[in-house]
Ligand binder design. Structure first.
Ligand SMILES: Nc1ncnc2c1ncn2[C@@H]1O[C@H](COP(=O)(O)OP(=O)(O)OP(=O)(O)O)[C@@H](O)[C@H]1O
Ligand SMILES: [Mg+2]
Length: 450
């Protein structure tokens, strides 16, 4: 289908001549006056209009043409209007440019020049249209940087709005990569503490022996290697928010100390005797089932009830309707800018593949997948192949040995991780590989480390 072009001129001979010259490349509509031009424009919605300024009832002055120009732009500010002006009317043409016309040509029109100018006009119009659509898609509803317009995410934004300004601890639940840390930051940003620090600590990533002094700090000489006094993260978060990530990984002995801090709002540094008053709001997160951990005696019930006064449960990405598309395009904009490519978009197959994938690693997996695709993409469109996603259900698209191997690897790694509550070490043992190898494999498969 050829792009639509509207030609407005009161000279029948010129209209016919232009139509004859341009009909091969464009779907041409003709009009001879302002009124018929506007009518045709409303009906056809062309992206480019070729406009003669001298129209009846004033064929010898530009006023009717200029009025048409302003009406056209009023109907669609993105339309590209190319002015065709008579000899000695350059001033009028410039006035039209000032009023928003895209470019102008002088009669008699050189057809080659006209064709070139039209091509450029359509190209610009198309780019602007795509850019606008993309911006619309991305602008919708970012909440402190957290994107989402699904019902599930709107509900999350509502509850964050409500809990943020209270002082109560919040427990954020959600599969890995669902945006727990982002949600914690949003709570901080929306709270009265937003000018204070946001301090995060991943309780699962710090060796047990170091975790206590990381959290509570230590005095000089408290243990071998404690050469100087150090503040802990709880103290650093004073007047702000402390984010305890992977709270389920905290050893029982420390759970007692943490509980005392939550109850009394005081701490003692390791090796210290002085109790320090702290004013810190706690937000915790976990992707393991704390109720199960409690039943297994690995998590204290009293601590759980302290932390879980308010719960925010982030839905997995696959349950967020259109958010996959929204997030994917957002990441694509970001990464194409990063790799210095012009704005990329997904082709139809890619969109299908994105929607069908189950996203076990949620937003983080999507982010990694799009980053890779932005690098791989040739030209302006990202394909399903660039995404390395097979359209169709998980197994039906498998055609190569490599795909099959990856599908099996993914399934086994996910099962092992699930069985061991996300813990790497036992999962690696079960899979018969070293921890670094498992990490490598998870990175390759786009499975989150947490
Ligand atoms: N709704 C969202 N809008 C924009 N970016 C998001 C959104 N959710 C998550 N992200 C991005 O996805 C990545 C993972 O988010 P985040 O670290 O908050 O998740 P998490 O639940 O803490 O993950 P993990 O369980 O792996 O620690 C981050 O890069 C984050 O910026
Ligand atoms: Mg996290």
């Amino acid at each position: 289908m050829n792009p639509k072009l509207l030609i407005v001129d009161d000279d029948e001979e010129i209209r016919t001549q232009m139509k004859w010259a341009l009909a091969k490349d464009y779907d041409v509509t003709l009009a001879e006056s302002r009124v018929t031009a506007i009518e045709a424009f409303r009906a056809q919605q062309p992206m480019v209009v070729l406009l003669d300024l001298g129209l009846p009832p004033h064929p010898n002055s530009p006023e009717e043409g200029l009025a048409a120009l302003s009406e056209l732009l009023g109907l669609n500010p993105l339309v590209k209007v190319v002015i065709v002006s008579g000899q000695g009317e350059k001033e009028n043409a410039l006035q039209a440019i000032g009023a928003g016309a895209y470019d102008f040509l002088t009669k008699p029109v050189n057809m080659e020049e006209l064709k070139f100018l039209l091509k450029r006009s359509f190209h610009t119009a198309q780019l602007e249209k795509e850019y606008n659509e993309m911006q619309k898609l991305v602008r919708t509803d970012a909440f402190e940087g957290v994107l989402g317009e699904s019902t599930a995410m709107r509900a999350i934004f509502d509850s964050i709005r409500k809990v943020a300004t209270t002082e109560a601890p919040v427990l954020i639940l959600g599969e890995s990569g669902t945006g727990k840390e982002m949600a914690a930051k949003a709570i901080h940003q929306r709270s009265n503490r937003k000018d204070g620090p946001f301090v995060a600590i991943n309780c699962g990533a710090i060796p047990e022996t170091l975790l206590e002094s990381e959290l509570f700090g230590h005095e000089k000489g408290a243990f071998t290697g404690a050469h100087v006094q150090r503040k802990g993260r709880i103290e650093s978060a004073n007047a702000g928010t402390l984010f305890l990530d992977e709270i389920g990984e905290i050893p029982l002995a420390l759970q007692v100390k943490l509980l005392r801090f939550l109850q009394e709002q005081t701490i003692e540094r390791v090796g210290g005797r002085q109790s320090i008053q702290i004013n810190t709001r706690v937000v915790a997160a976990t992707n393991v089932d704390l109720k199960k951990a409690m039943a297994a005696g690995k998590f204290r019930e009293d601590l759980y009830y302290r932390l879980a006064v308010v719960q925010v449960s982030l839905p997995p990405l696959r349950e967020r309707e259109n958010d996959i598309r929204l997030l994917a395009q957002y990441f694509l904009n970001r990464f194409s800018a990063e790799v210095k490519k012009p704005s990329l978009t997904f082709d139809a197959e890619a969109v299908k593949a994105l929607n069908r994938h189950a996203w076990p690693g949620n937003v983080r997996e999507l982010e990694n997948c799009v980053r890779r695709a932005a690098i791989m993409a040739e030209g302006k469109r990202v394909t399903a192949k660039d995404l390395e996603l097979n359209p169709g259900d998980p197994d039906s698209g498998i055609t190569t040995l490599k795909d099959a191997r990856e599908a099996v690897e993914r399934r086994m790694v996910q099962q092992a991780l699930k069985k061991h509550g996300g813990k790497i070490a036992p999962a690696a043992v079960e899979l018969g590989m070293s921890r670094p190898t498992l990490y490598e494999l998870m990175d390759k498969l786009g499975i989150s480390r947490e």
